[in-house]
Every structure is written in C-alpha cells, then in structure tokens.
Design a protein around this ligand. Structure first.
Ligand SMILES: [Zn+2]
Length: 371
C-alpha cells in the first residue's frame, strides 16, 4: 500500500526496521537528520543487515516527490522478500527517502533547489562539468516572471524546443542532454547539481564505502517515477554504463529478452532518455572499485514518451520551478501548476499504483531468487 505522506512512510519504515531488528539482531539502524532552515524533522533512515557475497541495496526518494512508489516497494520488500535474500546469505542495505524535504514539500529537488541525482559526484571535477547547451537556454527557462497556469504552455514549450532544432542550434540529442543531464552553474535553474555533495549525499557516500566492504557483488536499485512510457518499468543506469552494469551479473539477475512484459532496459543514449552527470548509480560504481556492480534506476513511466509527452513534462518542470523561484501569479495558478506537477511524478491513480508496485515486487523477487 502506498504511504500517503513522508511522515506516514517514515513511521512505517521505522516500525518495520524495528521488527526486522528483533528477528535479526545483527541489523544496524541509523537515521540522518537532514539540515534544514525550515523543518527539523527531516530524516534519511536506513537499515543494514550484513551478509556475505552479494549486497542488495535499495534506495528511495532521491527525487523527493517521486518517493512514494520506492517507499512502498521497500516496505513490501521488508515484510516478504528480505527473508529469502538473507536466507541466501546476501547482505541487505535499505535507505529510505534520501530527499525528505522534497517529498514533504512536494518538490523533486532539495530545499536548496538541488537535484540530488546530479549531486553524487565523487570528485570536485564532476561539479565543474560544463553544460553550454543549458546556458544557452537559461535566459528563457529562468526568465524572471511569476508562474501562470496556461493550457497552452506545453505547446509553447514544444515550439521553444522546435525553434532551437529548426535553427540547428541543437540536435534532438544535444537538446535533451542540455536540459536533463544536470548543470552546476545556475542555482535557480533546472536540474542544478550543486557545488559540492549535499550533507545527505555525503553521508550516504561515506556509509556506502564502509558497507560495501567484503562483498563481491553489489546490486543497487534506486526507485524513481516520471520518465518513460506510462505503466512501464524502465531500467536505466548511471553516466557510464560499463562501470555501472557488470554484464554477467546483470544477465544472471535480469533476463531482459524473456521479461519484456515486465521491464525494458534503456541505455542513456536511446531516444527519449539521457545520460546524467553526478548520479547515484555512478557513486555506487565508483565507491566499489573492482566489484561486480549492477547499479540501476527503476523508473516507472507516467506521461509517456515522444515529443508531445516530453514537451508536457518539461512544461510542468519549468512552471513549477518558475513558481518556486519567482512566485505564482495567483493562488489558483499555484494549485493548478502543483497538481499537474504532482500528477507527473506521484500519480494518485490506484490502477497505476497497483501495477507499479506489483511489477516492482515481481522483479525484485526474481532478482533475489537469482542472487
Ligand atoms: Zn527521478
């Protein structure tokens, strides 16, 4: 069942962790208080139950508002599948809601407007990665005006993009990358990755370096929603697929050809997808050198793929950011823009939710059976 709010999800996660700790006394629970100017009750909670050979790591809520599916999947895993994983001798590391501010205040980003999935760079150079394309689009994207709900905004967004393509300023590939890969220069803009790791990214990175010790295989699944076909699970990975997806381990755990009814593996170079700089999957690969790593994003689609769906998605991201940065034209504009934004990343449709959770459960169960 999907948690209705961050606070409810956190209470359920802690209760479930306590009950696991009673059954497996070697379990370690930790909570990290995310520094905030606004709210002292924002925590990233985790449970680690040590094992041998393979480590299964499940993370949720990197993109705040997208957390409810990941949280529901983690809770279901903790009540069922985890026992099989532990019987098989695997270690299990579950990190709940890496961006509690985002979930609680209905944003994808942190309180500092940082996209956490561009904030896991393990070297200072990552935070200096240039994005010339974004800088060319920024004057329009970051225009200093109040956000107004406008039924035509998705079409205006498409026109804005199409003009850039028509003028040959971009190809569709470089345009997607410019908008989505992350940028490290404009704190009020879209997909800002910060100037250094945020406290919660640093905390996870340091903790993961300890936890991964002693394992041969690391399987990391990070839950997201929004991108891709509606009702479809997409398996994506970090910036460098070779580092993030060990081919033999992946083939053993995921029989992608036979399981096309459950999910599709999409490389970041495919149409409609993109490569991300400073993502969490790359952090996993870089902090577990020499290990057989399979670090994946489980992304459940909501709007669909294709030009029109992409225009609609960008329009919603754009207006929500504009409203947050410059204010909304009216209370009604704010409500409408926020409702559309939520619908993109946290659909309330029970059929969508049930399907997403059923598929996630099935795929996780298969992974554990094949560990
Ligand atoms: Zn996401």
């Amino acid at each position: 069942m999907f948690p209705k709010s961050y606070d409810e999800a956190r209470a359920r996660f802690l209760a479930s962790s306590e009950s696991l700790k009673r059954r497996y006394p070697r379990a370690e629970m930790r909570s990290f208080n995310v520094p905030s100017a606004k709210d002292p009750n924002l925590f990233v909670d985790e449970i680690y139950i040590p094992g041998k050979k393979a480590l299964l790591m499940l993370t949720s809520g990197v993109h705040g508002l997208e957390a409810s599916l990941g949280s529901a999947a983690q809770l279901e895993f903790m009540s069922e599948t985890i026992h099989l994983a532990l019987e098989k001798g695997a270690g299990v590391y579950i990190v709940h809601c890496l961006n509690p501010y985002g979930w609680k205040y209905a944003r994808r980003v942190t309180e500092e407007n940082i996209n956490l999935n561009r904030n896991f760079g393990t070297t200072p150079e990552t935070f200096r990665t240039p994005n010339e394309g974004y800088l060319r689009l920024a004057p329009e994207i970051e225009r200093n005006e109040k956000a107004r709900h406008d039924l035509l905004h998705p079409f205006k967004t498409l026109k804005f993009l199409a003009t850039r393509l028509f003028k040959k300023e971009f190809t569709s590939r470089t345009l997607t990358q410019a908008i989505a890969q992350g940028q490290f220069t404009n704190p009020r803009g879209l997909e800002y990755g910060g100037r250094e790791q945020t406290p919660q990214a640093r905390n996870l990175t340091e903790r993961f370096k300890q936890v991964q010790n002693g394992y041969d295989e690391i399987i990391h699944i990070d839950f997201h929603t929004g991108l891709g076909k509606r009702n479809r699970l997409h398996l994506l990975t970090g910036f460098d697929q070779e580092k993030c997806v060990h081919p033999e381990t992946f083939k053993r755990l995921f029989r992608a050809k036979d399981e096309a009814h459950l999910y599709k593996f999409n490389s970041g170079d495919e149409d409609g997808f993109y490569r991300t700089v400073g993502d969490i999957n790359m952090m996993t690969a870089e902090c577990a050198p020499g290990k057989k790593v399979v670090a994946l994003t489980f992304e459940f689609g909501t709007l669909g793929t294709g030009l029109i769906a992409n225009g609609r998605a960008l329009s919603r991201l754009w207006l929500e950011n504009r409203g947050t940065q410059n204010g909304f034209a009216s209370k009604k504009d704010e409500q409408k823009i926020k409702a559309k934004f939520r619908d993109l990343f946290e659909p309330q449709d029970p059929a969508w939710q049930k399907n997403a959770l059923d598929i996630t459960h099935t795929v996780l169960r298969q992974v554990v059976e094949r560990l």
